[in-house]
Design a protein around this ligand. Structure first.
Ligand code: ATP
Ligand code: MG
Length: 283
């Protein structure tokens, strides 16, 4: 498989105000290096504020790196483009468009004819159980429904790379499992490259080929864990397996700043990062 995304010694400083100082900056990311192969599913976990969203925004072309290298298929990123789709943290739907027209957005930019656009949008809405809501506006939907619209809006125009920022944070457990299956099905059928930010260790391990564990202050990639679980992964059997617990425990230990351990150990009862990190107000 060819390398799709190359990040090397990359850093990002935000300009900040306050403290009476001019020209202050906050280093959100520093020395970030990462390679993602074409068609790979990579999850990113790390404490709140470690720069996960910032990394996705840079890859999406929404903000510019301050230093280092970021290449997509060998080329520098110059801005947003239709080869990348982003599902932003907190949905970011267009409030003035109906659900259907939100999903049609990327297809419109691509120049897809109206009838085909409509068909595709409805097909995707159907796949997440929202075809009855096609003519509603975002304010009429629940948080989890908005989240699903944001996901299919990013999928509908078929980008090569999907950047997903906690896309399932607002959905209930049952819907989340349904969306996991749907996402894996689409990923397996289309060979997209997916970078998936999450606060759930279980979700990261279950979905991914690799899990990148980040540390904060400034944000950097601490370790990348290979997930060698067989695919296709059927929910119950995989999650009940010893291999799954061992991987989950490794990620959990890294997040707790405990030494990495290859050996088998008791997995935490609840492996959501909110239990591990005290600074988790956003969860
Ligand atoms: N526009 C901005 N201006 C200044 N600082 C920012 C800006 N956006 C983010 N930051 C800071 O950069 C750091 C990284 O933020 P980012 O949103 O990337 O973290 P995150 O890992 O996605 O956190 P979370 O898990 O809470 O979503 C934080 O310290 C944050 O305060
Ligand atoms: Mg974030």
């Amino acid at each position: 498989m060819s390398v799709n995304i190359v990040v090397k010694d990359m850093g990002l400083d935000y300009a900040i105000r306050g403290g009476g100082r001019k020209g202050g900056k906050l280093t959100a990311l520093d020395g970030v290096s990462l390679e993602v192969k074409q068609g790979e599913f990579l999850s990113v976990v790390g404490p709140s504020g470690c720069g996960k969203s910032t990394l996705l925004y840079i890859l999406a072309g929404l903000i510019r790196k301050s230093r280092g290298t970021v290449l997509i298929n060998g080329r520098e990123i110059t801005g947003p483009a239709l080869d990348r789709g982003i599902v932003m943290q907190g949905y970011a739907l267009f409030p003035w468009r109906t659900v259907q027209r939100n999903v049609e957005f990327g297809l419109e930019v691509k120049g897809t004819p109206k009838a085909a656009r409509r068909r595709k949008a409805l097909e995707y809405l159907e796949s997440v159980g929202l075809s009855d809501f096609a003519q509603r506006y975002p304010y009429e939907l629940s948080g989890g429904m908005k989240q699903r619209v944001a996901i299919v809006r990013a999928l509908a125009y078929d980008p090569d790379i999907l950047l997903m920022d906690e896309p399932f944070a607002a959905v209930d457990e049952q819907t989340r499992e349904m969306l996991h299956e749907e996402l894996l099905r689409i990923w397996e059928a289309t060979h997209k490259t997916i970078i998936f930010v999450t606060h759930s260790i279980d979700e990261a391990v279950f979905l991914s080929d690799r899990v990148a564990v980040m540390s904060a202050g400034p944000g950097a990639i601490k370790r990348i864990i290979d997930v060698n679980l067989r695919r296709p992964r059927a929910g119950g059997a995989v999650k009940a397996s010893v291999d799954f617990s061992v991987l989950r425990n490794r990620v959990w230990r890294l997040l707790q700043n405990m030494p990495d351990s290859e050996r088998e150990g008791a997995a935490p009862a609840d492996s959501d990062i909110s239990d591990v990190i005290s600074d988790s107000a956003t969860l």
